[in-house]
Design a protein. Sequence first.
Length: 235
Amino acid sequence: MQFDLLHDGRAQLRTQKSSLTRRKVLYSPQFARTRHNAALMAKAAKIGSAVYNALPEYWRQGWMYRSFTGEARKMLGKRLGGDEIEQVLYQRYVEPVVSKQPAREAIAALPVQPKRAYRKQNADYWRGKTLKSKRRKAHKQQVLYNAGILGRASRIGSALYARIPLRCRCRSCYQQLTAWAMQLLRDDWDEADILAGFCPRLQKASQQRAILPKSQKPGIVLSFMPMDNIILLPP
């Protein structure tokens, strides 16, 4: 890192990319002391956590854990064993707190009166409420069923809409194809059968324009069971 003085009097900081890498820290002999101290600190953290968890919950504070870890690190630096350090810290900090806790007195339980049985006196109200709950559940199931059918019908309508010539495409055509597909799905038609029945008729109807009465616009007329006249109006 160095400073370069520019011509206008401002100092510009120029930094160089560091050559320090993760592999060098893990395996280089230059960082052997760093790895040693990190291992000691990890061991001290485990000892501090064990002593901290041995304290009563109402007595614990965050600074205690950090203090226990620091003392354990100093003891590890003096070549003391982990179990010995944990025992020393337990005797120094945990036992005085635990010994001062008051003994729990045996308190006789107070007699508890049984709760009064709940009675549904207004039978008409509860009968109507039950019927409303059943209607809501049935309506929810019907909505989920229709949503599933509509999702399948939209996929079929999209596949059929792609087969209509560009000059005849409009939003109403896609909506009408989706509605017909949804009606056939409700009649337990298979998706493959619907596509196989509609695709040839769409291709044939796209090659010839039907002439409708003057009151209607010219469009494509399909003849498909169970619907007799299916009209797709061009844009």
